[in-house]
Design a protein around this ligand. Structure first.
Ligand SMILES: Cc1ncc(COP(=O)(O)O)c(C=O)c1O
Length: 378
């Protein structure tokens, strides 16, 4: 198989696997236990916390491990609203602001918690100005009653890199909190939470060659938020529950390597892939978003007049794994709302395939992927 679906998930690397293994076998202690086995686990968890913190320019004490990017996103939104309610700040004009291209982990959570707390969710459309996202619609949407602004750093379907620092500054000018979904960013773009100016930032290990079921939330020092889960005193009381030691250890190693990865090599392979498609398929294809700031690993390609889902199945038969943005719900396939929000027409979105490479991708795989695409299209 040729795996070009790394925005869905990535392979665990041998270094990550080797680091995790002892904590599944002989070093199985509970990090909260006082004895030696517990202590070994505690030391490993804290070492991993340091590694994750360093990868995003944070302090160890600002990192809370959790189960996933989805959990982090749900928490960020719920916590901002709970905090506002507890402080007596909710009023008829209270609102939260999100981008039109947020992942469902943010979009659905905003819709749910917004309804629960009677807070309006303002969805900001994507406008592009001189080859970049225009912050103007954010300036229009954010006001004195904005409690939270949620803006992702890198989009999962298009690869678009958003001007988070600029939008965060707008939010800060009215005293709103800022959550940044960073799940697709680490290992693809440099991440420094301080420079971004965000209050919360999420990570998910399985997107950067770590294991599944482990994520982390950066919460800026001094930020007073309710606990993610209530119970024991794990994670400094911020998220109760016995730590997933093997997952945390794997995430630490994966984060360290992702932050150090040379993305120039990935971008060069992606460009070779896109050039190969243009040479072989000419105007039958169009590379979406190539003139926008995008992550180095992604190629969103329109196959004109084709049905993306059918093409995906044909590619799978040729041994190539990729993806479309459409979601299959109750047997019917919908068009990706993200691609539509990015400005594609329905037919263009329907014929779009997302190819996502990783630092493990090789030149030979790029060549074989090109053959597979051409064969599938035939
Ligand atoms: C941008 C973005 N946010 C959040 C998530 C959810 O992360 P997880 O799979 O860890 O729940 C994903 C996963 O695809 C994502 O791409």
């Amino acid at each position: 198989m040729i795996y070009f679906d790394n925005n869905a998930t990535t392979a665990v690397t041998p270094a990550v696997f080797d680091a995790m293994l002892p904590f599944l076998k002989e070093q199985y202690g509970n990090p909260s236990s006082i004895h030696q086995l517990g202590n070994q686990a505690r030391v490993a968890v804290e070492q991993a916390r340091g590694r994750v913190a360093k990868a995003i320019g944070a302090r160890s004490s600002e990192i809370t491990f959790c189960a996933s990017g989805t959990e982090a996103g749900n928490f960020a939104i719920a916590a901002a609203l709970q905090q506002a309610k507890l402080a007596g700040k909710l009023n008829a004009d209270s609102n939260i602001v999100i981008t039109a291209i947020e992942h469902p982990a943010v979009k659905a959570a905003a819709a749910w918690f917004g309804k629960l707390y009677d807070v309006t969710v303002r969805v900001v459309p994507m406008h592009f100005d001189n080859g970049a996202v225009s912050p103007a619609p954010f300036a229009d949407a954010i006001d004195a009653n904005t409690l939270l602004v949620s803006v992702m750093l890198a989009n999962n379907e298009s690869g678009l890199i958003l001007p988070v620092a600029e939008i965060a500054a707008l939010a800060k000018s009215v005293g709103a909190l800022v959550y940044c979904d960073g799940v697709q960013a680490l290992g693809k773009v440099p991440v420094d939470v301080k420079k971004l100016g965000v209050d919360m930032f999420s990570l998910s290990a399985h997107k950067f060659h770590g294991p599944k079921g482990i994520g982390a939330l950066f919460c800026k020092r001094g930020l007073k938020l309710p606990a993610m889960l209530h119970g024991g005193s794990q994670e400094s009381g911020r998220r109760a529950g016995t730590e997933n030691t093997p997952g945390i250890v794997g995430m630490g190693v994966a984060a360290e390597r992702a932050a150090a990865c040379d993305t120039v090599v990935i971008a060069a392979l992606r460009d070779t892939f896109e050039q190969g498609l243009r040479e072989r398929l000419g105007d039958k294809i169009h590379v979406n978003f190539a003139d926008l700031p995008r992550t180095p690993n992604i190629s969103s390609v329109q196959f004109k007049g084709a049905d993306g889902n059918l093409l995906l199945i044909m590619m799978d038969q040729q041994g190539l794994c990729a993806s479309t943005g459409s979601a299959c719900s109750s047997g019917s396939l919908s068009v990706s709302p993200v691609l539509l929000a990015m400005g594609l027409r329905e037919a263009e979105a329907k014929g779009t395939i997302r190819f996502s490479l990783s630092r493990l991708t090789t030149r030979d795989e790029v060549d074989r992927a090109l053959d597979a695409v051409v064969a599938a299209l035939k």
